[in-house]
Structures are given as structure tokens and as C-alpha cells.
Design a protein around this ligand. Structure first.
Ligand SMILES: Cc1ncc(COP(=O)(O)O)c(C=O)c1O
Length: 364
């Protein structure tokens, strides 16, 4: 068999997609991936080390992640059985795409809807699983276009709608009223509210969603200091969580990640909260500084990053920053409005100062 004849056996949808690539060697100042800028402080490291000292690694992990589920229910509400856990929320998007793959009567494929621009994996993962994905452009203020969302959902009858709020890469929270209207109007669609950046915003849908079966809440530890352990979750009604559990690999969350995530949600939670408060203050300081450049337009943010429009060549700006060992995110393809923007993750005060010094140097 030739490579080509084997390639012909891959899902046809993959022909339209490219792998998600991450730059191999990060520069000294890494402001491109919306991670927390802070390494763990020594006391927290000591606490983790003590925990891992007594953790057995020769056995398979707890397939139910019992302690972690309990910690989630304790920290965020609900019952342990309402949570489905994944190796990052990326995995939950994939599990939802696998489990909810049922075309509506008369349709050939199930449909997923999301506002655009947003987190790319909603579309990429769903398409890789054979879904039809429909993006609805955000309005000029990067908010949901209520009428267009409503019309689209009515027309395409999606199984799932994703709302990242705060949204990546625009940074803002969407209008709560619009989200609530859409969720109330379409009760036979699963509305997934992704609060990956919720720790940096004042808004949460947690209690509101508790009353509505058509509402799921997605979360992650990746943006608050634990990107390296890959732990995310989705919270939904127990019977729906039960169905989703059927497509989860039994040992998808390794033992070390389970232990660390449990501590992150309990003993280490006050320390993480201090760090997020600090990042919010630093976000405001950075936004003010960026606002002083005439060539830049800094959009309001409720997250740990800033979307910044640039009047000149974005490519040259990003290259000039990289030459000074500073990585920011650019958007070479996709949504045209984004191509004139960069996304800057809020760093430590020193990193942010270094960015400002570099911009002083680069911008006329
Ligand atoms: C809105 C949003 N949701 C989910 C994720 C994925 O997070 P995780 O690291 O938990 O897979 C990201 C990552 O950038 C994101 O921006």
C-alpha cells in the first residue's frame, strides 16, 4: 500500500485542517499563550512536593478522579457527578463532539455554532469529528450580534453553541443579557459557557446555569498557574454527564495531575487568587501604558491578556518584538479584523516593562 492510498482512508474533513502548532523554543519573555506569568512560590512547591512524596505511581490513576471531583464540587458548586474531567478543556470539546454526534432529523451532520472570532478549537475539533461548524461574526464592539446569533441558531438547529466569556482572543465578556436570551430561547441545544478566563473577570454564569439543563459550564486550571498539568472540566446535569462519561478514556487524567489539581482548588486556592488579583491590576497598568501609543488600539479586557490593534505592519511589529526576545500572538489567517491585531498576555511587572521598553524602541 502506498502512503497516498493510506492517506485516502483518513476522514475527508482533515484535508481542510492543519495541526495546531506551538512555537518550539519560547523566547525569554513569553506573552503569547495566556498562561499565568508566575511560577509557583516556594511554599506552594513544598506543599506539592510533600503531597507527591506519598503518591503512588505504580498503579493506574483513579479513573473517577474522586478527590478532584469532590474538590471541584466544593470549590465551584454542584455535585461531583455533574463534572466530567479532561486533559485540559480541549479534551472536553473533543468528548462533546464525539458524544453529541447526532444529526438533527433531516440533516446529514450535526452542527456547532460559535461567535467569531473565538477560541479556534471549537471549530477545529468539531470539524475533525465530522461536524458542520458555523461561525457568527461578533459586532464592531466584539460583542455577540444578538439578532444574527438568534437567526443562525433558528436556521441551523445546532446541537451545541459555545460562548467563551471572557472571549479569546478579544478579551471581553459578552453581553450577559444576550447569552441568557439565547439560552432561554433554544432549550433543546446545549449551550456551553466556557469560563476559561473567568478568574480574571467579575462575571460568572455558575449559579444561573444551575437552574437550566441546557446550560453547561466549562473551566480549566490552565490560565491560573497550572497549564502544565492539563486539567479542565465541564459541569452539566448528571444524566448528561453520565452520557459524556461513556466516551471518556478511563485514565485520561494522570495521578500527578489529579493530586496537583486537587491542591490547586483547595489549599493553594488563596495563593492563586492573590496571583490573579495581581494580574488584573497589572492588566490595567499595561493597558494604560499601551494606550499612550498613537499607533495602537487597546481593546477593553476582562481576561489575562489584551487584544491590541496596530495601524502598521503587524508582521514587522511581531518580528521586531521577537528580535528583542518577546513573543506575542498574531493572527495571520482567519477573521480579517484580527489580522491587524496582536494579543499580549499580561506578564510579570518586569516582563511588561520590557515590552514597553521594546515598543518605545520600535514604534516611531
Ligand atoms: C476560551 C478557551 N477555552 C479553552 C481553552 C483551552 O484550555 P485548556 O488548556 O484547558 O485545554 C483555551 C486556551 O487557550 C481558551 O482560550
Amino acid at each position: 500500500m502506498s502512503i497516498e492510498s493510506l492517506r485516502a482512508l483518513f476522514r475527508p474533513e482533515l484535508g481542510e485542517l492543519s495541526p495546531y502548532r506551538v512555537p518550539p523554543a519560547p523566547p525569554a519573555v513569553k506573552l503569547d499563550a495566556n498562561e499565568s506569568p508566575w511560577p509557583l512560590p516556594p511554599e506552594a512547591r513544598a506543599r506539592l512536593a510533600a503531597q507527591l512524596h506519598t503518591t503512588e505511581l505504580h498503579r493506574y490513576p483513579d479513573g473517577r478522579a474522586t478527590k478532584l471531583r469532590e474538590a471541584l464540587a466544593w470549590a465551584l458548586g454542584g455535585t461531583p457527578d455533574e463534572y466530567v474531567l479532561g486533559a485540559g478543556s480541549d479534551e472536553l470539546i473533543s468528548l462533546l463532539a464525539t458524544a453529541m454526534f447526532k444529526p438533527r432529523p433531516g440533516a446529514t451532520r450535526p452542527v456547532v455554532v460559535f461567535p467569531e472570532p473565538t477560541f479556534v478549537m471549537y471549530g477545529m475539533t468539531s470539524r475533525a469529528h465530522g461536524w458542520e461548524s458555523v461561525g457568527v461574526p461578533l459586532d464592531d464592539g466584539w460583542d455577540l450580534n444578538a439578532a444574527a446569533m438568534r437567526e443562525t441558531i433558528e436556521r441551523v438547529r445546532p446541537n451545541i453553541v459555545y460562548y467563551a466569556t471572557p472571549n479569546n482572543p478579544t478579551g471581553n465578556c459578552f453581553s450577559r443579557k444576550t447569552i441568557e436570551m439565547l439560552i432561554e430561547s433554544f432549550p433543546d441545544t446545549l449551550h456551553v459557557i466556557d469560563e476559561a478566563y473567568g478568574a480574571y473577570s467579575e462575571q460568572s454564569f455558575a449559579t444561573w446555569c444551575e437552574e437550566r439543563a441546557q446550560c453547561a459550564l466549562m473551566g480549566t486550571l490552565s490560565k491560573v498557574g497550572f497549564a502544565g498539568i492539563r486539567v479542565g472540566w465541564v459541569r452539566l446535569e448528571e444524566p448528561l454527564a453520565y452520557e459524556l462519561e461513556k466516551v471518556r478514556q478511563p485514565f485520561n487524567l494522570n495521578t500527578v495531575s489529579q493530586e496537583i489539581a486537587t491542591l490547586a482548588l483547595t489549599d493553594l486556592a488563596p495563593m492563586l487568587e492573590e496571583q490573579t488579583t495581581f494580574v488584573v491590576a497589572e492588566r490595567e497598568r499595561l493597558a494604560t501604558r499601551l494606550g499612550r501609543y498613537q499607533e495602537l488600539e487597546c481593546f477593553p479586557s476582562d481576561a489575562n491578556f489584551l487584544l491590541v490593534g496596530y495601524a502598521g505592519s503587524v508582521e514587522k511589529l511581531v518580528d521586531a518584538l521577537l528580535a528583542r526576545e518577546i513573543a506575542v500572538r498574531r493572527f495571520a489567517s482567519g477573521e480579517p479584523r484580527l489580522r491587524r491585531c496582536i494579543r499580549i498576555t499580561v506578564g510579570t511587572p518586569e516582563e511588561n516593562d520590557r515590552l514597553i521598553d521594546a515598543l518605545d524602541d520600535i514604534l516611531p
